[in-house]
Design a protein around this ligand. Structure first.
Ligand SMILES: *Cc1c(COP(=O)(O)O)cnc(C)c1O
Ligand SMILES: [Zn+2]
Length: 396
């Protein structure tokens, strides 16, 4: 069933609604699933698509249905570099973790008989929605802040066939608009306010725990924008602990960009007030001033004895350069994780969740290329020799 996290009212799981009558956020509630870690581990070796998906492998604790719209997603790599783990969610089918939530939300949309789905997006949700809608044969309508999402994400969304409404306003305006549009026009909303998105995104945590042979790390570090992931990670840890899959709960560190830091501001006041800001940061995926999942994310930080930090654009871009230079690569928002680890001085076993692929935002890379690295030459051996020499002398 669906349960309001504010007042506890419950609703049927197949009712189309995203918030309680009291305005509170809804979450999926279920009885303890009858599966254990050994089942999940066995499914990793299975050849069935539903088992191969890093989301549906955990289906009894996600959405227990047989017919799923899956690419399949998940099974992303866990890299270890300089003593820190990086779970690379940019290795999902459309290049971001959004696929983990989208496969579940779109599966539920089909179950409910929806014919059209919509979201507001800074680019990655829209790309994911478009891909899954194409697979399911649903009409896709995305609301993006006009001129404020990367060309790659926009192109990807258009390529998969979605109708793209470029809203003259910021993400928060697009978010308000899509909620009203879905209510009025009978379109199914698949933003992370949709509780089924959260159910899918829990599997980022479960899969990384599985990657670590169920030995919980000390810290899980995640970028924080609309706070869907922070909320999902909290719920994943509550359930993993309750179901006996882990005996120790890792602490969450949610990292915001300084120019888009409402959750950080609330955290510094022990969440006494909910803040809203006008957001500006180079990390467009987290350029969000009024995060929808605020209340769930507060619970996640409290349950895990977690922390919230902010990093500047310079700090996150320098961390991005470091991640890129390790040969891993990520988009700017994802690099808030490593920047946050440094800022907070975290120690112990740390998993940074890299949320998006390096090619998602090529502008952010091209703007910072040194003339010693990209050198135009005439087709002569002399020019090659000069360029190689110059490149060897340049700082890396
Ligand atoms: C959506 C997104 C985020 C923000 O996640 P929230 O769940 O909205 O907090 C961070 N990084 C990337 C790459 C994203 O696409
Ligand atoms: Zn309520």
């Amino acid at each position: 069933m669906l349960r309001c996290i504010t007042c506890g009212t419950t609703y049927d799981i197949d009712q189309i609604r995203y918030t309680c009558d009291c305005g509170g956020l809804l979450e999926v509630q279920r009885d303890k699933p009858n599966v254990d870690r050994a089942t999940f581990d066995a499914r990793r070796a299975s050849r069935k698509t539903i088992d191969q998906s890093g989301v549906w492998r955990f289906r009894e604790a996600v959405l227990d249905v047989d017919n799923v719209i899956t690419h399949p997603e998940g099974n992303t790599r866990l890299y270890e570099r300089n003593g820190i783990y990086f779970k690379h969610e940019g290795e999902n089918p459309t290049g971001s973790f959004k696929d983990r939530g989208m496969t579940v939300a779109v599966t539920q949309a089909v179950r409910l008989g929806a014919t059209a789905i919509a979201c507001a997006s800074t680019g990655n949700t829209s790309a994911s929605l478009a891909a899954y809608a194409a697979q399911a044969g649903l009409k896709a309508i995305v609301f993006v802040p006009s001129g404020k999402i990367s060309t790659g994400k926009l192109a990807q969304t258009l390529a998969y066939g979605a109708t793209c409404l470029q809203v003259r306003g910021d993400f928060d305006a697009a978010m308000r608009l899509v909620r009203e549009a879905c209510d009025r026009l009978g379109i199914y909303l698949v933003n992370s306010i949709n509780p089924f998105r959260i159910e899918g995104q829990k599997t980022i945590v479960w899969e990384l725990l599985q990657d670590l042979e169920w030995n919980a790390p000390d810290w899980i570090v995640v970028p924080a924008g609309n706070l869907g992931n922070t909320s999902a990670f909290g719920k994943a840890l509550v359930e993993a602990h309750e179901y006996g899959w882990i005996d120790r709960v890792p602490r969450l560190a949610s990292i915001q960009a300084r120019g888009a830091n409402p959750f950080f501001r609330s955290f510094t006041e022990s969440f006494a007030t909910r803040h809203r800001v006008e957001a500006e940061t180079i990390a467009s995926a987290i350029r969000i001033g009024d995060p929808v999942s605020h209340d769930k994310a507060v619970n996640a930080i409290r349950f895990t004895n977690g922390v919230v930090a902010e990093v500047t654009d310079e700090e996150l871009m320098s961390a991005k350069r470091e991640i890129d230079r390790m040969g891993i690569g990520c988009e700017p928002a994802s690099a808030t994780t490593l920047a946050g680890v440094k800022k907070l001085g975290l120690t112990g076993r740390i998993v940074c969740v890299l949320t998006g692929h390096v090619l998602k935002d090529t502008d952010a890379v091209m703007k910072n290329v040194s003339p010693d690295q990209m050198i135009e030459i005439n087709p002569t051996i002399e020019d090659v020799a000069r360029a190689v020499e110059r490149s060897a002398a340049a700082p890396r």
